[in-house]
Write a protein that binds this ligand. Structure first.
Ligand SMILES: [Zn+2]
Ligand SMILES: [Zn+2]
Ligand SMILES: [Zn+2]
Length: 273
C-alpha cells in the first residue's frame, strides 16, 4: 500500500491564516506546509483508495498531491479538522462508504457514525457503515481496525491498516493524549509505520491553561488533556516498537528551529508499506 500524508497539521494548520510567527514564516520560505489532518492509502494491488479523515483542505490536498479519489473513508472523530471536508465529495463521487465507530458518545448522545450520517444526510453519495472498535474489517482489500483512544471530552479512534499482500502495517494514533488503554496499545504495536499525534514539544505545556499531564521523569507526555507532546509521541513510538514513526497533527507553536526536525512530518510525504 502507498500511504500519502495529505494533511499533517493541527486545526489551524501551518502556516496559520493571519500569522507571521517565525515558524509560519519558515514554512513559507521552505515551501512546506501542514494542512488539516488526512491520510490517503492506495492499495496498489486492487487500485482502490481509502481516505482517513475528511480534511477541510480536501480539494486542495487532492489537487496538490495528485492522488486518486477514495473508494471508502474512515472518520476518526467529529472535530472540524477531521470531518468537515466530507461535503467535498459532492459531484465528485457517486458512492462513498464511510466507516465510523458505532459506540454512543456520552457527550453527544450519538456515535461518530450517527453524527456523520446526520450531518451529511443530504449527500446521496455518502453511506455510513457503523463499525465496532477492535473488530477488523476488510476495506479496499486492506484490513482496517478502529481503536478507542483518549481525546476528551469526545470519543475518538486511532486505527491500524494492514496490507495482506505485503504484511505492511500502518498504525495511526488519531487525536489522543498519552492515556491510551493497554488494549489499544497492544493493537497498535509493531507497525511498519506509525503516525503519532505530537502537537507541540513538552516545554510548551507551560503555556497551556491546565499545563501537561502524564509526567515521566519530569516530562509531560500529554499536552492539556487531548494531545500528546512530541516527547509523548516519541515515547509511544518506542514502546510500540515502530519501524518508522512520523509525528503529525503538528501546531505552528513549535519553535521555528524545532518545527522541521526529524521525525516531524510535512504534507505530501509518501511511504510504500
Ligand atoms: Zn504561526
Ligand atoms: Zn480532535
Ligand atoms: Zn484534530
Amino acid at each position: 500500500m502507498r500511504v500519502t500524508l495529505l494533511g499533517t497539521g493541527d486545526t489551524t494548520g501551518t502556516p496559520t491564516v493571519g500569522c507571521n510567527c517565525e515558524t509560519c514564516q519558515a514554512a513559507r520560505e521552505r515551501g512546506v506546509e501542514r494542512t488539516r489532518f488526512s491520510v490517503h492509502i492506495e492499495n496498489e494491488h486492487t487500485g482502490e483508495s481509502l481516505l482517513i479523515d475528511a480534511s477541510p483542505d480536501f480539494r486542495y490536498q487532492f489537487l496538490r498531491d495528485d492522488v486518486s479519489l477514495p473508494d471508502a473513508a474512515v472518520i476518526t472523530h467529529i472535530h472540524f479538522d477531521h470531518l468537515d471536508g466530507l461535503g467535498n465529495v459532492f459531484r465528485l463521487l457517486d458512492e462513498l462508504t464511510v466507516y465510523a465507530a458505532d459506540e454512543c458518545d456520552p457527550k453527544t448522545g450519538k456515535s461518530v457514525a450517527q453524527t456523520v450520517a446526520d450531518d451529511y444526510h443530504y449527500l446521496n453519495a455518502v453511506s455510513v457503515s457503523p463499525t465496532t472498535p477492535f473488530e477488523p474489517l476488510s476495506v479496499c482489500g486492506l484490513e482496517v481496525t478502529l481503536l478507542p483512544v483518549a481525546h476528551p471530552p469526545l470519543v475518538c479512534y486511532g486505527l491500524t491498516v494492514t496490507d495482506p499482500e505485503t504484511g505492511g502495517k500502518l498504525s495511526i494514533t488519531g487525536d489522543t493524549s498519552y492515556g491510551l488503554s493497554a488494549h489499544t496499545r497492544e493493537a497498535l504495536a509493531d507497525p511498519t509505520l506509525l503516525l503519532a499525534d505530537g502537537i507541540v514539544p513538552a516545554h510548551l505545556c507551560a503555556h497551556h491553561p491546565i499545563g501537561g499531564r502524564d509526567y515521566h521523569e519530569g516530562v509531560p507526555y500529554t499536552f492539556g488533556t487531548k494531545h500528546m507532546t512530541r516527547e509523548g509521541a516519541l515515547a509511544l513510538a518506542d514502546e510500540l516498537n515502530a519501524d518508522r514513526a512520523r509525528l503529525v497533527h503538528l501546531a505552528h507553536y513549535y519553535p521555528a528551529d524545532e518545527a522541521f526536525e526529524e521525525p516531524l512530518a510535512v504534507d505530501g510525504e509518501q511511504y510504500v508499506l
